[in-house]
Design a protein around this ligand. Sequence first.
Ligand code: AMP
Length: 516
Amino acid sequence: MLDGCVPWPEEFAERYRAAGYWKDETLGEMLRARARERGERPALVVGQERYTYAELDARADRVAAGLLALGIGPGDRVVVQLPNTAGFVALIFGLFRLGALPVFALPAHRSSEIGYFCAFTGAAAYAIPDEPEYRALAEEVRAGLPALKHVLTTIPEAEPVELPRPDPADVALFLLSGGTTGVPKLVPRTHQEWAYSGRAVAEACDYDASTVHLVSLPLGHNWPLTHGLLATVHAGGTLVLASGPSPDETFPLVEREGVTETGLVPGVALLWMEAAEWGEHDLSSLRRVTIGGSKLSDELATRVEPALGCRLQQAFGMAEGLCGFHRPADPPEVVLVSQGLPVSPADELRVVDEDDRDVPPGEIGQLLARGPYTIRGYYRSPEHNAQSFTSDGFYRTGDLVRLLPTGHVVFEGRVKDQINRGGDKIAAEEVENHLLAHPKVRQVALVGVPDEVLGERGCACVVPRGEPPTLAELAAFLRERGLAAFKVPDRLWIMAEFPLTPLGKVSKKALTAMVG
Ligand code: AMP
C-alpha cells in the first residue's frame, strides 16, 4: 500500500475478501465491465453531451493514454478541481485506469486549501476549468511548488495504449475529510474498498439499469461520488450531471431525462419543495429523493413526500467511509426520525461515552465505526491517527448518535469542533488560525449558530486588540489569505473576554449558548 497510508490488518483484509466485499477489481475495470455488458446503454448525460457505457469506457482509455503522454504515470497524484462535467468523469476513470490518484478538491477551495493539497500529496498535476479565476489560482499555487509540473485546463487524450494493471488493494484516490484540525486531512481510499462502498450503496438503494441518478451537488464530495457515480455505474444506470442544485436548472433536467433518484442536502431540499409548489415541471419520474450531509429536521422530513410526490430516504456518510441509507422497506416512522442504516452487514458500530465505554442501548454517545470501507488512518498523519482511531481500529466519527433497536442511526449532535454549514464542513481551528493573524484580533473562537436553511452558520467570537474589527474586514482578510468562501464566518460577536471551562479552556459550549 502507498507509503503514509494505514492498511487493514491482514485478518480483516482476509475476512473482507472471503466474504466477497473486496473483489479483485479496480475502479477502471468496474466501468469496463459495464461497457462489456451493456455498451450501448446511456451512461452519462451532461447538458447536450451524451455517452453510452462503451463511449465513456473508450474515452477513459484515451484520457489515460493522454495523461501518460504528458508524463503523468502510475502513482502520481492529480488534484482535481472541476465542475460537474463529462470531462470530470472521463478524467477520473482515466486516472483510475492509469493508477494515478485523483485528489478531490471542491470548486470553492482557494489557494490556501489547494496549495496545501498539492504540497502535501506532492501532486504532479492540477486539473481546473479553463476560466481566468482558476488559471490565476493555479499560477499562484504553482509558484514555489516545483513538483507540480502540469496545470490541466483541458482533459488530455491520445490513442489508447497498453497499461499495467493497478493493484486493487492499493490506494486509488484521496478524499478530503470534513476536518476539525488546522489543515484538512486526506482520506486515502483503495480501489477495492471504495468500489465496494458504491456496490453496497447500489444494493441498499435497489439500483438497477433503470436508475437515472441526478447529481447537482459538487461531484468531488464522497457522497455524490459513491451514491451518484459509483452506485449508478455499478447498476448500469444513467448518471445525469447538473452544474448546481437550483430548481431552474434541475427541474427541467428531471423532466427531460426522466430522473428517478437524486441526493440533496436539507437546505436544497427546502428550495426544491418551495419551487415544486409552482408545478411548472413534471417531476413524476422521481421515485425517491435522498436527503443527507447534515441533519434533516423531523418537521421538514414530514413535508418532503407530499411536496415532491416521491419517497423520502435519509442518508448519512463521511469521507472516511461509513455510510447509511434507509431501505425501500423501512416504514415511515423510521424514515422520518432516523438518518439511515449502515450499508454493509460488516459495518461495526459502537456508541461510547467519554471514556470509550459502550453506552446502554438507545442512549446517546459518540459513534465509532470500523468496517470493510472505513479507513484505518489518514494519509501521513500518525499523530492525528492516534487520536482519531482507537487502538483496535475504530474511527472516532465525532458525531453524537443513538441507535434505534432496528440499528438505524439517529444523529443527535457532535463532539468535534466543526461547523456543518448546509453540508459544507468547516474546521473551527483552521479558520481561527487564519483570524488570529489579523492585527485587530486578540482571541477568537468560531462556533456554529442555528440557521433555518443551512442548519448552522459560522459565528466568529472575537476578543479584539484595541479597536474591534468589522465582519467585512475579517471576511476580506480571509479571502485574501485564499480561504474558501464557505468558511468565512457569517456573523461576528465582539466580546471583552471568553467564558472558560473549569479547566480554564475557552468554553465553546457556553459561547454557543450565548450567541445562538
Ligand atoms: P463529510 O466527510 O464532509 O461527508 O462529512 C461527514 C460528516 O457529516 C459526518 O461525520 C456528520 O457529522 C455529518 N453528516 C453527514 N450526513 C449527516 C446527516 N444525515 N445528518 C447529520 N449529520 C450528517
